[in-house]
Design a protein around this ligand. Structure first.
Ligand code: SF4
Length: 703
């Protein structure tokens, strides 16, 4: 940090990393961000984590794309073989006009020869709301179908499926700051100190102030130090454990009868279903003793106000939707929704995954979660979009699109700010699919692993180089502001989307993100009473807002739910085993996730000097006893093998990991976690089982 002499300008904006949505002040000099401070946003009150405070220098990295690139005619075969510092054997520089023409013509040719469904799109939760809206509009209007998706599919798709089904809305029912008003909070399948660090500070404060924090996770994570209860259960047994907790609440009649009668449906079937899941029986599956299960049930049900927070540990399973259904049922049983200090909160990952989902970057819903199968919804968008017919068939999801490339149904893609060559399960399968595409347009700030497979690469502005709104995990719509100019010829994503749309035959006329936001308001009830000016002037407005002066409602559904008769629903869940079981060949369990310093596929944070200095090497975590048994010292190397592939990686000793498990972060291309992961999907959310693969761990030859 320095003093005001160190910078010429201060620009207030939002951290570009996680869904907490911390507000920042960027100190700028000579078109460079010198340093970043936290400011008093509603989600952070001046706090920042290491990524928000020190991780901004990725934007000045020499690998930034500064010119449009076109694959050379004499380039080697497509593969993961491009050096981002020296891409010239594969790509050549082009003018914007040439690159945009080539990008557009490749897609239009496929549309002409094979039909619009031969082209699919992945948009980005790292872009603004306006850019997410434009991306889904470009695919739907330009190609006549709904094969458009983004990383929410790999993140909270199952949570959203369960929330939409049972509550009628896919967003959180209460902001995380509401924990200040709670007596009890459950944090399950989430590791907020690493993944939502500033939100975690509120959780810790809650515990210090006397709140009871119940942490439920297969890893005995840092938050356990603040917990009244730490339940380190067996991976993949969430439904067994949660049903057992609800069994106690039902059998001991600890539920809120008045709330159930007034606000829910399906209770009696649910009650009959849950009676089979006794703590004694479920204990054998989940590994938590019956007395602890009873204690947790009584603690949650006995609270005047209680909240539930969850993360990918709940959602990334083939039973992810069932897991989330259980959490919803638990809250409904005890009437813990709709009042201050109560609620359901899936902690959102990317900085704008909430906003991108709201904006319709999802294959089965238009903006504001309006179903493509609803004729009135299609009529609304036909009207707003100048006569465009919306396809009534829900589109394919991320993993389904990759599979459709193998079938020859999809031959071209437009990928904006996503990195499926790192993020998809069984990633070698995804990489081979990308290599098969006839035409791939990638728009990004770096030559990502996915850009290795591109025919045309469009260099984009990074988040601090453009204006636009983003929506955080708390439903707070906030303003991202341009602090510096993009390097070289790089341009904001919204501009490139408009250029491309007009070159594929659409007639778009937007003069900036504000005009896109105004169009979004025409179809998005969430944005009622929220204007660009309000977000600009007030810094943050939460949806829903009840009037033009209302800062927005942190807590929703106090007077009923957006479902039939205003009632939420109990949906019973059965115990389903993970898609693959450990056996003699693959005897252990692989759990993938993030770690504090690195963000997702590492494209940004591995190019941030401070963050990469702290965590420079690919690593996995194993229990010290497991390492001892293998004869590997901490810091030595192991080989992890699954039915999909294997990687060699440095091993850390970590007592928080169970002896039969290994934890593997997915940010490191040199030991890519997703080479190992299982692509089997949850049937409702279509999310892969990133949190459970059968794995073999051996000493590496280099150990
Ligand atoms: Fe950024 Fe999230 Fe850290 Fe806040 S908690 S500074 S939003 S990464």
């Amino acid at each position: 940090h320095g003093d005001s002499a160190d910078y010429d300008a201060e620009v207030k904006s939002i951290c570009p990393f996680c869904g907490v949505g911390c507000q920042v002040s960027m100190k700028v000099k000579d078109n460079k961000i010198k340093y970043v401070d936290g400011i008093n946003g509603p989600a952070n009150e001046g706090r920042l984590c290491v990524k928000g405070r020190f991780g901004f220098d990725y934007i000045h990295h020499p690998h930034r794309l500064t010119k449009p690139l076109i694959r050379r005619d004499d380039a080697p075969d497509k593969g993961l073989n491009v050096d981002p510092a020296n891409p010239w054997t594969h790509f050549r520089e082009a003018t914007w006009d040439e690159a945009l023409e080539k990008a557009a013509h490749g897609l239009v040719d496929l549309r002409s020869y094979y039909g619009g469904k031969s082209v699919a799109g992945f948009g980005s939760a790292k872009c603004t709301n306006e850019e997410a809206y434009l991306f889904q509009k470009l695919i739907r209007q330009g190609f006549g179908h709904n094969n458009v998706d983004h990383c929410t599919r790999l993140c909270h798709a199952s949570s959203v499926a369960a929330l939409m089904e049972n509550v009628g809305s896919g967003a959180v029912t209460a902001g995380f700051n509401e924990i200040e008003n709670a007596e009890v909070a459950i944090v399950i399948g989430a590791n907020p100190t690493e993944n939502h660090p500033v939100a975690a500070t509120y959780f810790k404060q809650f515990a210090k102030d006397g709140g009871q924090l119940i942490v439920i996770d297969p890893r005995a994570q840092t938050l356990r130090r603040y917990a009244s209860h730490m339940l380190q259960f067996r991976p993949g047994t969430d439904v067994a454990l949660l049903n057992a907790i609800m069994n106690v609440i039902v059998e001991e009649k600890l539920y809120d009868r008045q709330y159930i009668e007034g606000f829910t449906e399906g209770f009696f079937e649910f009650r009959d279903h849950i009676r089979a899941f006794t703590p004694e029986r479920m204990s054998e599956i989940c590994g938590i003793d019956p007395d602890t299960i009873r204690d947790v049930a009584r603690t949650y049900a006995g609270a005047a106000r209680a909240m539930i927070f969850w993360g990918m540990g709940i959602s990334q399973h083939i039973h992810g939707t069932d897991n989330a259904r259980c959490l919803i049922s638990l809250a409904l049983l005890c009437g813990q929704i709709g009042r201050p200090g109560t609620g359901l909160h899936p902690l959102r990952g990317q900085n704008n995954v909430q906003g991108a989902s709201d904006a319709g970057l999802i294959p089965h819903v238009m903006p504001n979660y309006q179903s493509v199968t609803d004729p009135e919804v299609r009529a609304l968008f036909r009207h707003i979009w100048g006569g465009t017919e919306i396809d009534a068939t829900p589109g394919m999801t991320v993993v389904e699109i990759i599979d459709a490339i193998y079938r020859g149904e999809i031959r071209g893609m437009y990928i904006l700010g996503e990195n499926p060559a790192m993020s998809d399960p069984d990633v070698e399968h995804a990489r081979k699919a990308l290599a098969q595409l006839d035409h791939l347009v990638v728009q990004d700030i770096f030559l990502t692993e996915t850009a290795n497979f591109a025919d045309v690469i469009l260099p984009a502005a990074a988040f601090p180089e453009k204006n636009g709104t983003v929506t955080n995990t708390n439903r707070q719509v906030q303003m991202g502001r341009k602090a510096i100019s993009p390097p070289g010829d790089a341009r904001p994503d919204w501009e490139l989307l408009v250029e491309l749309a007009n070159r594929i035959g659409l007639d778009w006329d937007y003069d900036g993100p504000r005009s896109v936001f105004d169009e979004m308001k025409m179809s998005m009830r969430n944005l009622h009473h929220i204007t660009w000016n309000r977000v600009e002037n007030e810094g943050s407005v939460t949806y829903p807002a009840n009037s033009k002066d209302d800062p927005g409602q942190s807590v929703m559904f106090g007077d009923g739910f957006p479902r039939r008769a205003g009632r939420a629903k109990f949906t019973p869940a059965r115990v389903t085993p993970p898609a693959e079981a450990p056996n003699d060949e693959y005897p252990m369990i692989l759990i993938t996730g993030r770690q504090l310093e690195h963000w997702h596929t590492g494209a940004m944070t591995r190019r941030s000097a401070v963050l990469d200095d702290i965590e420079p090497e690919a690593n996995c975590s194993l229990h010290p006893a497991t390492l001892r048994k293998m004869g590997v010292a901490p810091g030595g190397h192991v080989r992890l093998s699954t039915r999909r592939g294997s990687v060699e990686i440095m091993a850390r000793a970590d007592r928080s990991v169970a002896e039969d498990c290994v934890f593997l972060p997915f940010a490191f291309v040199e030991a890519a976690a997703n080479v190992l992961t299982n692509p089997t999907l949850d049937p409702w959310g279509k999310i892969p089982e990133f949190k459970y693969s059968a794995v073999r761990v051996d000493p590496a030859e280099t150990s």
